[in-house]
Design a protein around this ligand. Structure first.
Ligand SMILES: O=c1ccn([C@@H]2O[C@H](COP(=O)(O)OP(=O)(O)O[C@H]3O[C@@H](CO)[C@H](O)[C@H]3O)[C@@H](O)[C@H]2O)c(=O)[nH]1
Ligand SMILES: [Mn+2]
Length: 357
């Protein structure tokens, strides 16, 4: 049986790393009491709360946290017609928080994710580990069998080319979950009582050319390096699928990171995921995605970006054209999604004008 940590008595982290260079983005439909447990680790940071659902509802935020909150009225006011690319009634709305942030780094977490305990019983400061992951290089071109070579007490193993040991900049840090694992609905239905109790003490770079299923509930990234590609695809109200928003972003991000020579890491840190969402509701959201992805994955595996695509925006627009051409025949949804990808970039560039070089 795995339990969340007890953080009562842990002193506030006054030496919080990247305190003024990182925003924490939380999508929510409920009061944010869960922050109480995270207070020692997260209170020094600025929060961007993206309130989904009914904008007239008041979201209670615990005392002492510095935050800005955006509801659907705010999103519509700020983006105007471009707000159509931001999902409604789905956690995908969180990507609006990435767009309005002005910081270099983002950490995004769900409101049913709590502080995990490591095998020694120590409370895991997930944000601290994500920051370590992002500030350390990645090694996507050659797999290091001792996992993260930049970690204290590890290194590159014999046979690892010295020409590759400098590594590349890390764009994404993908964390994991104890207790309720991020399973799809069919797996949840078959294994309703399965809990993840396995704490694997490893961080590894996902090799170039390999896609991965990016989960949005415990995720950090370098907004300057990959922010414009972190569009959580159109889901929720009025859309034929749900719970593929983070997956869509992860596939686009990985293709672009591979093209631009950026790294993506997965592994530590763990959070404690407390709530299993309803598998039947999830099945309704996921079922089209489950068979569409058998075509979507080969599409991303074979996606080739041109050498002229040297910025994330250019890569993303190229990808959107490929989506429109190659995935729209599957379903008109992909035509709409391709358009939403372009709208997202237009909105991103409007809110984040390129600074004069
Ligand atoms: O309509 C909604 C529903 C929820 N939210 C907020 O989004 C996150 C995740 O919600 P929840 O924990 O209920 O969902 P899960 O099934 O556990 O996780 C899914 O969310 C994604 C991962 O983040 C992924 O699609 C699934 O793993 C909470 O903060 C809710 O408050 C929302 O904004 N709108
Ligand atoms: Mn959850």
């Amino acid at each position: 049986m795995v339990e969340p940590a007890n953080t009562v008595g842990i002193p506030l982290n006054h030496a919080a790393l990247l305190k003024d260079e990182l925003d924490i983005v939380i999508p929510t439909i409920r009061n944010l009491d869960f922050l109480e447990m995270w207070r020692p680790f997260l209170q020094p940071y600025h929060l961007i709360i993206v309130q989904d659902g009914d904008p007239s509802k008041t979201i209670a935020v615990p005392e002492g946290f510095d935050y800005e909150l955006y509801n659907r009225n705010d999103i519509n006011r700020i983006l105007g017609p471009k707000a159509s690319c931001i999902s409604f009634k789905d956690s995908a709305c969180r990507c609006f928080g990435y767009m309005v942030s002005k910081k270099k780094y983002i950490f995004t977490i769900d409101d049913d994710c709590f502080v995990a305990k490591d095998p020694s019983g120590k409370a895991v400061n997930a944000l601290e580990q994500h920051i370590k992951n992002l500030l350390c290089p990645s090694s996507p071109f050659f797999f290091n069998t001792l996992y993260d070579p930049y970690r204290e007490g590890a290194d590159f193993v014999r046979g690892y080319p010295f020409s590759l040991r400098e590594g590349v900049a890390t764009a994404v840090s993908h964390g994991l979950w104890l207790n309720i694992p991020d399973y799809d609905a069919p797996t949840q239905l078959v294994k309703p009582k399965e809990r993840n109790t396995r704490y694997v003490d490893a961080v590894m770079t996902i090799p170039k050319g390999t896609l991965f299923p990016m989960c949005g509930m415990n995720l950090a990234f370098d907004r300057d390096l990959i922010g414009p590609a972190m569009y959580f695809g159109l889901m929720g109200d009025g859309q034929p699928i749900g719970r593929y928003d983070d997956m869509w972003a992860g596939w686009c991000v990985k293709v672009i990171c591979d093209h631009l020579g950026l790294g993506v890491k997965t592994g530590l840190p763990y959070i404690y995921h407390s709530k299993a969402s309803n598998p039947f509701v999830n099945l309704k959201k996921e079922y089209k995605g489950i068979f569409w992805q058998e075509d979507i994955i080969p599409f991303f595996q074979s996606a080739k970006l041109s050498k002229e695509a040297v910025t994330v925006q250019q890569c993303y627009i190229e990808l959107s054209k490929m989506v429109k051409e190659k995935l729209s025949p599957i379903d008109p949804y992909f035509d709409k999604l391709a358009d939403a990808m372009v709208t997202w970039i237009e909105a991103w560039d409007e809110l984040n004008p390129a600074t004069k070089a």
